[in-house]
Every structure is written in structure tokens, then in C-alpha cells.
Design a protein around this ligand. Structure first.
Ligand SMILES: NC(=O)NC1=NC(=O)NC1=O
Length: 244
């Protein structure tokens, strides 16, 4: 059986639980989901500064996961913070929820739209599209203009905004699929797919199944070249044990 480490890079336990529940629903029988988040950091990740803060916690959790011999790591934040650094530390596959959702969208539609949280994080999604080579596949990006934690406040307001933006995207963008641009939207994909009649894709679910596929194909992170383990050197202070 498989053990997949689900890393919520922010420190909000409610979001970790929503994503863990979604991951467990979609995981194959026998796949265990080990849901974690950093001991310290940002309660939500809404920009470049928050991502920089979150990266240390992601790396600490990846190291812990490697020591626990997990079969894969999911970076469950739509900016995929620390993805390549995590791949240097990891032996097992590391998949970000943005790249997972984007890859799946390209397999079922010629173009997809992204619906994310704050307008200021749109540029982060654009950077990822460029980095992953998916710019030509993305027809449009939208933001609900609500903070990440509004998805976790129990009011249902953010969820309604996500639904509205998805309906507008389907009507206006010429996209065949929609990517949900926040880990906190993970539980909305199934219902929106049914309601809209087009694939509405959550990156947490996509990442779980991608890691299961990588495992089945015996594919693990290449340790040849730039993703080899970090060069040994005396790291100091809080970083001291990160690379050993
Ligand atoms: N675009 C986003 O909303 N990214 C995110 N920030 C978080 O804290 N979790 C996410 O998925």
C-alpha cells in the first residue's frame, strides 16, 4: 500500500482537513494520506512574500516525509511553493496542485480557465503557466476577489463566488475545462463538474492520482543533475538539519 504526504504549506488546520478529506475520497484503496502542515509560518499564502515564508516549512515537511519513507509528496497550495527545492530534497515524486490540475486539464480540453482567490495572486498562476509550458492552453484567469481563508469561514460566500466565476468562465472564455486555483476549493470540483457539465478540476485530487500513477510506473524524482540532493554544506541556525 502507498503512503502519500499531503503538505498544506499554510498553517490553517481547517484547510488541511478539507484537502485531506478530498484526497482520501479520491485515493485508491490501500493508499494512505498523511496530512501535515508547517509548525510555523503563514495562515494563508496570498503572494510572493507568503510563498517565500512557506517554503521553509514545505522543505521541513518534505524532509520529515522522506525520513518516514512516504511514496510521494503533494505541495497543496496553488502557487506550488518550493516545488523544485522540494524535489532536490525528496527521493519520491513531488507534485504541486497547480501543475497537477493543469496537466489533467490539458488531457481533457484544448483550453482551460483558472478561477483563483485574490487578484494579486493571478500573476503567480501566470508565472506557473509559463514555467510549466501551459500558457497557450490557458484561455483566461479569474479571481473571486476574496481572501483564501474566506473559503474556510463557514459562510459559503466564497464558494458561491467560485461558482459564479466558473459559470462566467464557461460562458465567456471558450474553455472546455476549469482549474480551481486554491487548495481550499478542493471540495467544490465534483459538484461544479456536475452542475456546469464541463470538467472542473481540483489539484489535490489530481495530484493524488498522479502520484499513484508515478508509483505504478516506478517513476521517482530524477536525482541526476539539478534535482540531485542539495550539495553538502554547513547550514546554520534554523536551517542546520534541513539537508542531512
Ligand atoms: N491561489 C491561492 O489561493 N493559493 C493558496 N493559498 C493558500 O494558502 N492555499 C492555496 O492554495
Amino acid at each position: 500500500s502507498l503512503c502519500i504526504q499531503l503538505i498544506n504549506p499554510n498553517t490553517s488546520l481547517g484547510m488541511t482537513e478539507v484537502m485531506a478529506a478530498t484526497a482520501r475520497k479520491v485515493a485508491s484503496p490501500g493508499t494512505e494520506i498523511l496530512a501535515v502542515c508547517p509548525e510555523e509560518g503563514a495562515p494563508s499564502i496570498e503572494g510572493h512574500f507568503d510563498e517565500a515564508i512557506a517554503t521553509l516549512g514545505v522543505l521541513q515537511q518534505v524532509k520529515a516525509g522522506r525520513e518516514a519513507s512516504v511514496d510521494g509528496h503533494i505541495i497543496a497550495c496553488f502557487g506550488d511553493p518550493g516545488l523544485l527545492a522540494a524535489r532536490e530534497l525528496a527521493r519520491a515524486p513531488v507534485v504541486g496542485i497547480a501543475e497537477a490540475a493543469m496537466h489533467m486539464a490539458t488531457l481533457v480540453a484544448t483550453r482551460f480557465s483558472i478561477v483563483t482567490t485574490l487578484p494579486r495572486t493571478l500573476v503567480i498562476a501566470r508565472h506557473l503557466l509559463h514555467q510549466y509550458g501551459f500558457e497557450r492552453h490557458c484561455a483566461a484567469l479569474h479571481a473571486i476577489d476574496l481572501p483564501v481563508l474566506s473559503l474556510d469561514d463557514g459562510s459559503g460566500m466564497a464558494q458561491q463566488k467560485v461558482r459564479e466565476q466558473c459559470i462566467k468562465a464557461k460562458q465567456n472564455d471558450g474553455s472546455g475545462a476549469i482549474v480551481l486555483g486554491c487548495g481550499g476549493m478542493a471540495d467544490l470540483a465534483q459538484e461544479l463538474t456536475l452542475e456546469l457539465g464541463i470538467p472542473v478540476i481540483d489539484g489535490v485530487s489530481a495530484a493524488v492520482r498522479l502520484i499513484e500513477s508515478l508509483h505504478a510506473l516506478r517513476l521517482t524524482t530524477s536525482k541526476f543533475g539539478d534535482l540531485d540532493y542539495p550539495l553538502p554544506k554547513p547550514l546554520s541556525g534554523r536551517f542546520a538539519d534541513l539537508n542531512n
